[in-house]
Design a protein around this ligand. Structure first.
Ligand SMILES: [Zn+2]
Ligand SMILES: [Zn+2]
Length: 197
């Protein structure tokens, strides 16, 4: 079983065409591919009355409650919600870096989603950010030259970014992590905020 997967989409991401109807929170609970599971549906689809149902369904299974923020215009809404962590698309522009700083300072863990796919300049992020190795996108570009300069600056996590049941794995991301010598940070669990080999 994987130790942790905090970037997972479900049918609550109702406008995301990659999500299939079978990708329910109940199914993810049955598959149980990771010890610590966090659900991070797109926040733009979680305005009330949806959020209350979303939060209750996530918590019913003992999962961690997160969202993914794709648009800077949704940052204020996401910061108003009682979340355990946030996943953020940090584009290479001033407003995105300012929002990353604001969210990191809030104390709620901030995961920087697939930075290589978005062209995020890791040098402009606050050190408190947790940088993702994302199984959906990591193979597409030169991950070695992208991540190597920053290995000692940030904490890292592996994510599936699953939109479908058969994406509930991190095989390529973990291969990259081994090649880079990355130590995974576990955000939740008994040993809080520690790194393990
Ligand atoms: Zn994303
Ligand atoms: Zn995602």
């Amino acid at each position: 079983m994987l130790p942790q997967d905090l970037h997972i989409h479900t049918v609550f991401s109702s406008g995301d065409g990659a999500v299939v109807p079978q990708q329910t929170i109940d199914l993810i609970a049955s598959v149980r591919h990771a010890e610590t599971i966090g659900i991070s549906d797109h926040v733009e689809y979680l305005h009330e009355p949806v959020f209350t149902d979303y939060a209750a369904t996530v918590r019913k299974h003992g999962f961690r409650l997160g969202v993914e923020i794709v648009d800077n215009n949704d940052v204020d809404f996401a910061m108003s919600l009682p979340l355990e962590y946030r996943v953020f698309h940090c584009y290479d522009d001033d407003r995105s870096y300012a929002n990353a700083e604001r969210m990191a300072e809030s104390g709620t863990p901030l995961i920087i989603a697939h930075p290589m796919a978005l062209g995020t300049n890791l040098g402009r992020l606050p050190r408190e950010c947790i940088v993702e190795i994302n199984n959906r996108y990591i193979w597409r570009n030169d991950w070695s030259s992208f991540y190597t300069p920053w290995l000692n600056r940030f904490r890292f996590i592996f994510s599936s970014d699953a939109h479908q049941p058969n994406w509930l794995n991190q095989n390529v991301a973990r291969y990259v992590g081994r090649e880079l010598g990355i130590r995974e940070t576990l955000l939740f669990g008994d040993r809080k905020q520690i790194s393990v080999a």
